[in-house]
Design a protein around this ligand. Sequence first.
Ligand code: PLP
Length: 360
Amino acid sequence: MGPGPSDVSPRVLEALGRPTIGHLDPSFIDLMDDCKRLLQYAFQTKNALTIPISAPGSAGMEACFVNLLAPGDKAIVCQNGVFGGRMKENVERIGATAVMVEDDWGQPVDVAKVEETLKAHPDAKVLAFVHAETSTGVRSDAAALCQLAQQHDCLSIVDTVTSLGGIELIVDAWGADAVYSGTQKCLSCVPGISPVTFSAKAVDAINARTHKVQSWFLDMQLVMGYWGSGDKKRAYHHTAPVNAMYALHESLLILEEEGLDALHARHRLNHNALVAGLAAMGLEMLVDEDYRLPQLNSVVIPNGTDDAAVRATLLNDYQLEIGAGLGTLAGKVWRIGLMGHASNRKNVLLCLDALENTLK
Ligand code: PLP
């Protein structure tokens, strides 16, 4: 019950162990096509360029930045936790400029501040933000931020590593342009794959590039060739992690079977139960109710409590992992994950019981 990787469901583990076939085998190509269809459902998009990148969430992040920015460009980057900082790094390593919009950790991105910044920087090409900040447990208003990007002729880059499968994520309705996620959070799949989706506008921008993408592996024009997107014929690019793709496919089938509405409702229900139990013990949440992520619960550590000792007891005596605070929140919060397969009543009760006994 940490901030991810979450528990992998047994069906996904079973899929992982199936015999490895060639990465251009017709059956594998069928599975790749079905992964694309299922990812379009998960992301709620009709984007043709919707694929899993064969590397973790950070590679999905990097793929969005290196394909949409070139040296000398300007990007507006929102930071209200760890991952906005990683976005800034990506922008700067491209040789582009990052204009930062900073908010306190534990607060959502301030939409009004972003609007002012967009007005002050009409030459910005990209607006980037994290939908669900795993370091704090905060949800930002993706619909409003993507809309602002459109109004100011910017492409939006949206980090949905922790939101995909846990809370509402509607890429087409938001008008988001480049969206990446990870497999290790609410999909309850093995870590190491990054689903991404690019709007037609983003694909046009990629195709219009005159500056070669600095990363060969993440150059979407080459990756599109392997995944059969656009008008290019499918050709070898890299050896896909075949078994990890079986696992992703299985996790997406599970998501489709449950359905997004039911999945989101289950995350909310277990979150509400956890918060009620914590409140009964006198424990407080870091984040205001309106912006809380049901899948990542930041709990304020009571004064005088030994953070590390509590987490060690939970791990050793209850085989229960919860996350520590990061950055400015280190030692101040615990991060309790209720993600995907692991968002269930049994885990809520186990966690409440273990915490109550440990904090006595
Ligand atoms: N973005 C967010 C919001 C994350 O939570 C994470 C990982 O936890 C990442 C990006 C990076 O993903 P990965 O660790 O799979 O590279």
